[in-house]
Design a protein around this ligand. Sequence first.
Ligand code: 1CP
Length: 336
Amino acid sequence: MSTLRKILVSKDISCKSVWFMRQAGRYLPEFREIRSQNQNFINLCLNSELSSKITLQPIKRFNLDSAIIFSDILMVPYALGQDVKFIKDLGPELSEFNIEKFLENSEKEFSKKLKPVYKAIEITRKSLDRDKSLIAFIGAPWTLLVYMLNIKKNKFEIDFNKLKKKDLDINKILSRLIKFLCIHIHNQISAGADVIQIFDSWAGIIPHNNIKDYCFIPNAKIVEFCKREKIPSICFPRGIKEKYKDFNEIVKPNGINIDYDIDPLWAKNNLRGTTIQGGLDPKKLLKSEKEMLEGATKYINTFKDIPYVFNLGHGLLPETDPDRVRKLIEFYRNHQ
Ligand code: 1CP
């Protein structure tokens, strides 16, 4: 069994496990080289051989304990019929959402469009050591909706007027999304992935009154599906502050990734019965080595006697020096 599953499922605190969000990405020169020859990001994600190669790049370099498949949460809106473009320095841009078209989607067509992702998982699993996990992922329904409806105003707010003007039945769209996301999870696990991470990157901008309907319940339904299928899950409801406690008690995932606003000691005292993952601010890797290692020590020491997976409070930043990543992994592995 992989170290990640030992900690997530058996709650084995005697073993160590480290991986990083966005470990396959722009901070690696070997990724930038492939990316420069592949301008269309969606097409790159649909190239099974290249996607597998990129997935394995950080494993080859650092011998991390888990690989996360190189893909994107926006492959789901793509497979549900929206055009997805990545504009340099601006981020993703999706074509206008059409509710009729959205509701017409068939399961068969959806799985067919994502076949190259499943193929990439199959290829990767074959060349990955048995003791390493292959993590697959999805975007949580709310986070996908933010991109699909283009309702993000800035980092901290959504455009409610825009949402009202659209006059859509949000709960209906979320429940349809859950159905397709469970299919995507099932297909990724059948192809050889062994853990699922659920990214709710924009959970932090949900108004208080909607948090249950837009975040807790959709995540809970997906985690329940994973439990029925015996798939370990890790949730990342980024930015919800003290609501992490309610989230954990309602959703009950095997693991919960904390963001860098969450105090590790608070997390240890309030997030019970789960494996905690991550927390360290990725900006710490841009600071002096001393500052980075002090930051890491705080998390490692706080969580030394409970199930903990070493990771970050969000993805590695593109400007990160890969040697810093190596140092951090060595430090964690040698820490008593
Ligand atoms: O070269 C480039 O310009 C591409 C940058 C890039 C990469 C490397 C994007 C565009 N996606 C990815 C891969 C990716 N995305 C992975 C691969 C595996 C790994 O972690 O190494 C994963 C897990 C994701 C997940 C993802 N995509 C999330 C959830 C996690 C998070 O960062 O909050 C989100 C929100 C996206 C959307 C997305 N994809 C890419 C961009 C620029 C964005 C937008 C982010 C934003 O709106 O701020």
